[in-house]
Design a protein around this ligand. Structure first.
Ligand SMILES: Cc1ncc(COP(=O)(O)O)c(C=O)c1O
Length: 366
């Protein structure tokens, strides 16, 4: 039988099992406990921010960040069109309107020029997404934020440890939001984290995360909050993963190098970018084929599947979805690239032989 190579699987060692067992045995199974504090402190140190706040997942992390910054109905938030739908939905949950900016054709992240075109008097924030592990071009985005008095929430769900000009993502905007879903660089099963240097924002998010309970008076609530907390068990898994994160990122970069070497003489193919100012963590190894359309790509993915190689299509532009669609609206770069890209197996667990096999098979079908 052909071996099955998934796009992504977590890397779990004895350390993760030990920490999770300790958390369970301690009886601190909900959202209080030593692992929550250790995971938050360790993550803040890793990213280089003063504060880090655990949350139940990346989607609610984005929602909580937006609400804590006062984003509400009538506001507009600019996000890249090419991203996972959570970025758009989190904006929608606040009552604000997600405005879809096009992507930069080289980095696949939000286009700085198009952000400026899409600013109106209602614009309150921008969410740059560090897509597939590559940072967005943050300096010009921060300049726009200053010029127009906007908040910047970095969506770092796919880019733990990625760097922009030597700075870790999640430490550049007003805050960063991470996801620890099972396929992410590090995982807590489900989970997320907000990182920030802003004490007021941190305190507000922490308070809203816990049903906006008064600090002075227990079970007294003066506004509507949420239960967006992570459990101590999840944080135990997260801490063990965090202690291995540099090794995990190094391996992801190694896997990418193997692909780069293995596919170097294929024409019309592009793999992930890495700008001179960036450190890419290659959350997903991406292959873009100039000759693909949706049909050809589907056929190619099916052939790889028959050889035991799992792949995923690129995200569809959010503005194509029925909830967000507007007649005649198109972002040229996003609409061009989405149908040409796939994600290849990208796990920590891949061996050189696995990647060689995948590259040989790809060459056979392209
Ligand atoms: C870009 C992006 N933003 C947000 C999320 C939401 O994270 P979660 O799945 O933890 O809710 C994800 C991932 O799943 C993502 O890829």
């Amino acid at each position: 039988m052909t071996k099955f190579i998934p796009v992504s699987e977590p890397t779990i060692t004895e350390k993760e099992i030990e920490y999770v067992m300790q958390a369970v045995k301690s009886g601190w199974v909900s959202s209080l406990g030593e692992y929550i504090n250790k995971f938050e402190d360790g993550f803040a140190k890793f990213v280089g921010t003063k504060y880090a706040l655990t949350v139940a997942n990346g989607t609610v992390g984005l929602h909580l960040a937006l609400v804590s910054l006062g984003i509400k109905e009538g506001d507009e938030v600019i996000i890249p069109d090419l991203t996972f739908i959570a970025t758009a939905n989190a904006v929608k949950y606040t009552g604000a309107k997600p405005v879809f900016a096009d992507i930069d054709i080289e980095t696949w992240c939000i286009s700085v020029e198009d952000i400026e075109r899409k600013i109106t008097r209602r614009t309150k924030a921008i969410i740059p997404v560090h897509l597939y592990g590559h940072p967005a071009d943050m300096n010009p985005i921060m300049e726009i934020a200053k010029k127009y008095n906007l908040y910047i929430i970095e969506d770092c769900a796919e880019a733990h440890g990625a760097e922009y000009k030597g700075k870790k993502v999640g430490s550049i905007g007003h805050c960063g939001v991470f996801s620890f879903y099972g396929n992410k660089i590090i995982t807590t099963g489900e989970g997320g984290m907000i990182t920030t240097n802003d004490e007021k924002l941190y305190e507000k998010a922490k308070y809203l995360r816990d049903h906006a309970m008064s600090k002075e008076k227990r079970y007294w609530h003066t506004e509507i909050g949420y239960n967006y907390r992570m459990t101590n068990i999840q944080a135990a898994l997260g801490l063990a993963q965090l202690e291995r994160i540099n090794e995990i990122i190094q391996k992801k970069r190694q896997v990418f190098e193997w692909y780069k070497e293995g596919l170097k003489d294929l024409e019309g193919i592009k793999l992930n970018p890495e700008k001179e100012w960036a450190k890419n963590v290659y959350w997903m190894v991406c292959l873009v084929n100039e000759n693909f359309d949706e049909e050809k790509r589907k056929d190619f993915m099916k052939k790889l599947k028959e050889k035991g190689i799992d792949t995923r299509p690129f995200f569809y532009p959010c503005s194509m979805m029925p909830m967000y669609k507007k007649d005649g609206f198109i972002n040229p770069a996003s609409y061009k690239i989405y149908k040409k890209g796939i994600n290849l197996p990208s796990s920590y667990n891949l061996t050189f032989d696995d990647v060689s096999y995948i590259c040989r098979t790809i060459k056979e079908f392209i």
